[in-house]
Design a protein around this ligand. Structure first.
Ligand SMILES: NC(=O)C1=CN([C@@H]2O[C@H](COP(=O)(O)OP(=O)(O)OC[C@H]3O[C@@H](n4cnc5c(N)ncnc54)[C@H](O)[C@@H]3O)[C@@H](O)[C@H]2O)C=CC1
Ligand SMILES: O=C(O)[C@@H]1CCC=N1
Length: 256
């Protein structure tokens, strides 16, 4: 199976690198000369136009910004190829309108962590896909992401929590690192301590299970130190802020 990648930006390049061993060939098309050169330097085939890319693809990854989608898909004849869209807010209905109702489409939402083989990706299969195509998609993309089949109606919420999620986690890492600097650590040391703390906490929750609040109770000793910090987070409405952050993010996906 051959993969065509439309858009070699943050996500297109990350996915191309992550899944390339599963495809016999990966060919990139990007309007940017700079991005095309980058793809070439990384050993990918580079197509001079979309027609050439399509002629050399069985699966096509759509990885351009939402605003660029119409110019890419209008008049594009996908034929029998499978279109994998990662575009936030772009519904299957809209995709069918653009490429034709008889076409093969998989709507997905990955996150940037595919770069290190630890992404998460939601997917919804459209009509007409063969069992082989579905299995090939699942096998190739599970190498870089945990795959979640979800109802399409939950896609914008998934986008907010998981697609945008790394940005919110990085924000938390940044804040905790700065707090470490304030306490007297160098930034690099604080960042390393924070990353190891978060990685360990995730490992613990994943392997031992349980509700995060149960683990908070195990860390926060009665009349101890941790509960003082928890009190500040409660007073300032930490959970409410995070919920509103996800609500606003998800709403924006609906407006794209
Ligand atoms: N950045 C992220 O973490 C995530 C992004 N997404 C989705 O992935 C898509 C791409 O996002 P990024 O990679 O961040 O954007 P980006 O701006 O880094 O990459 C987009 C690429 O598309 C190219 N491009 C623009 N018009 C084109 C055209 N007509 N034909 C071919 N190439 C064209 C640009 O030159 C650029 O290299 C978006 O639709 C976004 O919603 C989904 C999940 C996570
Ligand atoms: O911010 C964005 O629009 C994209 C979608 C999910 C992550 N990045």
């Amino acid at each position: 199976m051959r993969l065509g990648v439309i858009g070699f930006g943050n996500m297109g390049s990350a996915i191309a690198r992550a899944v390339k061993k599963h495809f016999s060939d990966v060919i990139v098309y990007d309007v940017s000369q700079e991005k095309s050169m980058k793809a070439l330097e990384e050993g990918f085939g580079v197509a001079k136009d979309l027609k050439f890319m399509l002629a050399n693809s069985d699966f096509v990854l759509l990885a351009v910004k939402p605003k660029d989608v119409p110019s890419v898909l209008t008049d594009l004849d996908l034929g029998d190829r499978v279109l994998i869209s990662i575009v936030a807010g772009l519904t299957l209905d809209r995709l069918y309108q653009l490429v034709g109702h008889d076409k093969k489409i998989i709507r997905t939402m990955p996150n940037i962590n595919v770069l290190v083989g630890k992404g998460v990706m939601a997917y919804v299969f459209g009509e007409n896909l063969t069992e082989y195509e579905k299995e090939f998609f699942l096998k190739s993309f599970s190498s870089c992401a945990s795959l979640y089949p979800i109802e399409e109606g939950m896609m914008d919420s998934f986008t907010a929590i998981a697609g945008s999620g790394p940005a919110f986690v990085f924000k938390f890492i940044s804040a905790l690192s700065l707090a470490g600097v304030r306490e007297g650590f160098s930034y690099e040391l604080a960042k390393s301590i924070v990353i190891d703390t978060i990685l360990g906490s995730c490992e613990l929750l994943k392997s031992m299970g349980g509700h995060p609040e149960e683990w908070i109770a195990k860390v926060a000793s009665p009349a101890g130190i941790t509960i003082e910090g928890i009190k500040v987070l409660e007073e300032r409405g930490f959970s409410g802020i995070v919920m509103e952050c996800i609500e606003k993010t998800s709403q924006k996906a609906k407006r794209l």
